[in-house]
Design a protein around this ligand. Structure first.
Ligand code: XIL
Length: 299
């Protein structure tokens, strides 16, 4: 096939991109979006600060725009994200009472997952709950006020609101098998699966430096998949976009049957949150870069 999405579909996978609602009116952007991708992730529009700016008052306009367009185009939607320490309104961050925060978290998950019910392929239910460099939990307000149990509570709440969407745990720096953070997330997933906590998938953000994925990435994906979850590459970008590093990432996913798809974190370099590193598959003018050809051939 001659597009990323169509080529990925030949092995039953998707190839997606992060989408920003504010860019949809740009013709170059939307032309590439519709031509190349069969999945989308709203880049910021589903985050807590965008959807529940004040308690109990929900705004889904920008996310609806992305989701409506994706559904019309036949693209899958990854929902990103329900519980995260970042882009979190200060009214949530300042809650100190466990009963209040538990209710607030459950209400947020229920309202958002219910709003998008029937349109979401997979939800990043909890994002980035582990600290870097150690196996410890990140000291977020959720961790500090609710303790370890908040993650499974979030997954159970999401399942009750949307029984069909796949429910993912998503994080970065969990691509290298021997890292303490990878091991800690692995132990959590193993524990959840053994106790029947509703977790269906693990998202590997994959924000890589110029050297690309670690040599162990393929085995990391395979080891997680062996626990009985799907794995997905959810936010791929690679500094300077070396063709080989991109191809290696695609090959790692393709080598694991339960690696169901890859999402790049933006379309053109100029759309990237790391735009200074030119980490994407299209240049600022929308031309295909060398990495594009390498990905298409590896898919
Ligand atoms: C980034 C967006 O790309 C930026 O536009 C925003 O300013 C900050 O967040 N991990 C995630 C994503 O899970 O939501 C982040 O996206 C990048 C890191």
């Amino acid at each position: 096939a001659d597009t990323l999405g169509a080529q990925a579909a030949q092995s039953g996978r998707y190839f997606g991109t992060a989408v920003a609602a504010g860019r949809l009116g740009n013709g170059t952007y939307s032309t590439i979006l519709d031509r190349e991708f069969n999945a989308v992730t709203p880049e910021n529009e589903m985050k807590w600060d965008a959807t529940e700016r004040t308690r109990g008052s929900f705004t889904f306009t920008a996310a609806d725009q992305i989701v409506g367009r994706a559904v019309a185009q036949g693209q899958r939607v990854r929902g990103h994200t329900l519980v995260w320490h970042s882009q979190l309104p200060s009214w949530v961050g300042s809650i100190t009472d466990a009963g209040t925060l538990r209710t607030v978290m459950r209400d947020h998950i229920t309202a958002e997952a219910t709003h998008f019910k029937g349109k979401i392929y997979a939800w990043d239910v909890v994002n980035e709950a582990f600290a870097d460099g150690t196996g410890a939990r990140r000291a977020s307000v959720f961790q500090k006020v609710l303790g370890d149990g908040y993650i499974e509570d979030a997954f159970r709440t999401a399942r009750a609101a949307d029984p069909v969407a796949k429910l993912c745990y998503n994080d970065y720096n969990i691509e290298n098998w021997s890292d303490a953070k990878t091991q800690a997330v692995y132990r959590m997933v193993r524990d959840f699966k053994s106790r029947g906590v509703p977790l269906d998938c693990v998202g590997f953000q994959s924000h890589f430096g110029t050297s690309g994925p670690p040599a162990s990435f393929r085995s990391t994906l395979a080891n997680f998949a062996a626990l009985g979850v799907d794995v997905q590459i959810t936010e791929l970008d690679i500094a300077q976009a070396p063709a080989t590093a991109y191809a290696d990432t695609v090959k790692a996913c393709k080598s694991v049957a339960r690696c169901t798809g890859i999402t790049v974190w933006g379309i053109r370099d100029s759309d990237s949150w790391r735009s200074g590193e030119n980490p994407l598959l299209f240049d600022g003018a929308g031309n295909k870069k060398a990495a594009y050809g390498a990905v298409l051939s590896a898919l």
